[in-house]
Design a protein around this ligand. Structure first.
Ligand SMILES: NC(=O)c1ccc[n+]([C@@H]2O[C@H](COP(=O)([O-])OP(=O)(O)OC[C@H]3O[C@@H](n4cnc5c(N)ncnc54)[C@H](OP(=O)(O)O)[C@@H]3O)[C@@H](O)[C@H]2O)c1
Length: 259
């Protein structure tokens, strides 16, 4: 399917690997000119080179912490008025909520709520003026379903979800959409890190920990960054202009409810 976005521009935050990289790759395949981002220069430049090589698309790597004011300024300097914004970031570490002091709480909210809102504020007016804009926020299944130790991530992302639900309706008539993608378990470095900790806690191998986790997913497997990216690219396409303010779960059926 031609997504109709060839030649459009996108900022894809936190995209040197994992889900962000999957989104960048799929947008590049659709002909979108990219700014990609991460803090580790080597990894980021390698990803930019691979995406360029695979798709022939222009890819500008911006080494920056997306949560910082300076990092956001660097991204916007590279692409001041993107047609597409993919909000992604790291998540707070797994932690008992009783152990979170004020700084940890505010850092988590900054990462997963304030940062995406700030970036939306900075790009949305030019999208409205052009009559085209696609914003996708990577959130989590934890917005709908509690996950032990991820209360801060869940709370901050739920805050973002509620915030953009209203904003999305104010720009829908200008062909600017805002949607959230809710990943379940995707095979990324972050998931492998959690599995490694789970394996140590349960005194089993990492393979066994992965097998146990997959057994709890109706699809009996983890998702791939590539399939996540393709859904993201579709939401950014010309065909998805009537989808806005939605929370789209990608979890192989793990969330056990009809709605
Ligand atoms: N994988 C899953 O199953 C899953 C499930 C639910 C929610 N999520 C959420 O989805 C998001 C992406 O997860 P993932 O699994 O793709 O993680 P990942 O494989 O660890 O990749 C994270 C990417 O973000 C970059 N990054 C992290 N912090 C950054 C920052 N402050 N500024 C700029 N770039 C930053 C990393 O590069 P650098 O480290 O070099 O900066 C890397 O490119 C996270 O918020 C995660 O909590 C993931």
């Amino acid at each position: 399917m031609d997504l109709g976005i060839r030649g459009r521009t996108a900022i894809v935050c936190a995209s040197s690997q994992g889900l962000g990289r999957g989104c960048a790759q799929a947008l590049a395949e659709a002909g979108v000119i990219l700014v990609i981002n991460g803090r580790n220069r080597t990894l980021l430049e390698q990803s930019a080179a691979e995406i360029r090589h695979a798709t022939g698309t222009a890819v500008t790597p911006v080494v920056a912490d997306v949560s910082s004011v300076e990092g956001q300024a660097a991204l916007l300097q590279a692409c001041p008025a993107p047609d597409i914004l993919i909000n992604n970031n790291g998540g707070p570490p797994l932690r008992n909520f009783l152990d979170l002091d004020r700084k940890a709480l505010l850092d988590g909210v900054t990462m997963n709520m304030v940062t995406p809102i700030e970036l939306i504020q900075k790009v949305i007016q030019s999208m409205v003026a052009r009559g085209f804009g696609r914003i996708v926020n990577v959130t989590s299944v934890s917005v709908k379903m509690p996950l032990a130790g991820l209360d801060l991530s869940s709370g901050a992302r739920a805050g973002l979800t509620a915030f953009v639900a209203g904003v999305a309706r104010t720009v829908a008539d200008k062909n600017v959409t805002i949607n959230n993608l809710l990943p379940g378990s995707f095979d990324t470095a972050r998931l492998r890190g959690s599995l490694s900790s789970a394996a140590k806690r349960s005194l089993v191998s990492e393979e066994e920990a992965a097998a146990r986790a997959m057994a709890n997913i109706p699809a009996k497997r983890f998702g791939t960054p590539a399939e996540f990216g393709q859904v993201c690219a579709f939401l950014c396409s010309v065909h998805a202009g009537f989808i806005t303010g939605q929370n789209i779960l990608l979890d192989g059926g793990a969330y056990p409810a009809a709605f």
